[in-house]
Design a protein around this ligand. Structure first.
Ligand code: FES
Ligand SMILES: [Fe+2]
Length: 439
């Protein structure tokens, strides 16, 4: 279905009939239809800024980490001078993957099919039978790995786009940068003072990728899903998720951009980790430093959020990136990166690592609740009868939106008793605009 100039989406699907944001309904086809899915790859994933990794995963020259942009594998590689390259993991000869490992260190990527090889910058450096086979006519400088159009390193997080005309990443983020900072800065406020804990959790969920993205950006209505977690000893204080008590939660959206985020105001980390004295002490010291740095803003923490289209973040514990890689209309490959303060003692990092795994990821309690709901929501979107009826996005539809002086964005929900789907409506407004765009 690539080459939509021949078959414009508008000729195949009446997009406007699928999404009614004023009425608060969205067609179930968005979560199951193969044609829409194929156009999403071209109109959304080939054009947006996508989170691809973190520089702490490739600290040394020759290090590499394979990631995804939409369905396509890419290589992030650290060159000899410390510079980072991002390129399509596909040989220019017949397309085979030239890097078959998740991460490692190498002087060159050797294609397993016919043996072409490429350096860390993607340059074609080796061609078997070069002289006699190509009579010296193959111009190796024209057959390097395909580089991304733009690569950005924001406080250690790596982002890429295939669109050379895309605005700079910071313009793309807009006010969402504030929430990304809350995920990337250290607890003491040190800008970008985080690192990724080695080992990315990766697994397949039989659901449409947008269900994860819209849940994080932000669905505070689904608390009922996690009732079992509220009573389980998942939290570091041993109080289930009730260790979140006492906070104010503010959800915001960014009209026109499609991002959604959540801030948590006033939270006592030291009390949460009371069962781990070394961790509680660490947070106490870090918080004092944060207050010196940020003053009144020191007690704002990042809740869940989604940077359109598929990078979700959580600045609050567990501090994480969740990626929703599309794998067909009914399948998603989920990746979880966990972040900790780079300068924290190993003991603190280890307690947090265990807590993150209890909370999120394929074996984490909250994620298991969510995955099961998204699986059957996708099932409910594909039936002949079910797909005739739209999903309901009317929650908080008539709510008056007002700015909150503490947090950037348009407030969609600032009270757990009056939740809203405002952020999700903005996500689909952006989706519709991109999908409707002429090529
Ligand atoms: S496909 Fe890579 S060398 Fe032939
Ligand atoms: Fe959830």
């Amino acid at each position: 279905m690539a080459g939509s100039s021949k078959f414009p989406l508008a000729a195949l699907v009446d997009l406007e009939s699928l999404i009614d944001l004023e009425g608060g309904t969205i067609s179930r086809k968005l979560f199951s239809d193969q044609i829409l899915y194929q156009f999403e790859q071209e109109k959304i994933f080939a054009r947006s800024w996508l989170f691809v990794g973190h520089e702490s995963l490739i600290p040394n020259a020759g290090d590499f980490f394979t990631s995804y942009m939409g369905e396509e594998s890419i290589i992030l590689a650290r060159g000899k001078s410390g510079e980072i390259h991002a390129m399509l993991n596909s040989c220019r000869h017949r397309g085979t993957r030239v890097c078959r490992s998740d991460h490692g260190n190498t002087a060159a990527f050797y294609c397993p099919y016919h043996g072409w090889s490429y350096d860390s910058a993607g340059r074609l450096i080796g061609v078997p039978h070069y002289a006699e086979g190509y009579q010296g006519k193959l111009d190796r400088s024209k057959w390097g790995l395909i580089p991304v159009a733009q690569l950005a390193n924001y406080k250690g997080s790596l982002w890429a786009t295939w669109d050379a005309s895309a605005p700079p990443l910071e313009d793309y983020l807009g006010g969402m940068k504030f929430y990304l900072d809350l995920a990337l800065d250290a607890t003491d406020g040190q800008p970008g003072g985080s690192e990724v804990i080695g080992g990315i959790q990766k697994w397949i969920v039989p659901c449409n990728w947008k269900l994860g993205a819209e849940n994080f950006g932000v669905d505070h209505y689904h608390g009922v899903s996690h009732r079992s977690v509220d009573t389980a000893a998942i939290g570091p204080s041993g109080k289930g998720r009730r260790d979140l008590d006492g906070m104010q939660i503010v959800d915001v959206s960014f009209p026109g951009r499609g991002h959604g985020a959540s801030a948590r105001i006033n939270h006592n980390h030291a009390a949460v980790f009371q069962n781990y004295p070394a961790v509680a002490e660490y947070f106490k010291t870090a918080l004092a430093q944060r207050r010196r740095r940020h003053g009144d803003g020191a007690d704002i923490w990042g809740g869940p959020g989604t940077i359109f289209p598929n990078a979700s973040i959580q600045g609050f514990q567990p501090r994480t990136f969740a990626l929703w890689h599309p794998r067909g209309p009914r399948e998603t490959e989920v990746w979880r990166f966990y972040l900790v303060d780079r300068d924290a003692p190993e003991e603190v990092k280890d307690v947090l690592r265990r807590y993150f795994m209890r909370y999120a990821g394929p074996g984490g309690m909250t994620e298991q609740d969510d995955m099961e709901n998204w699986r059957t929501a996708t099932e409910g979107a594909r039936g002949v009868i079910g797909s005739r009826y739209p999903f309901n996005y009317q929650l908080g539809l008539d709510r008056q939106l007002a700015p909150n002086p503490l947090v950037p964005g348009i407030v969609t929900m600032d009270n757990l008793d009056a939740p809203s789907e405002g952020g999700q409506r903005e996500f689909y407004r952006r989706w519709l605009r991109l999908m409707s765009a002429a090529d």
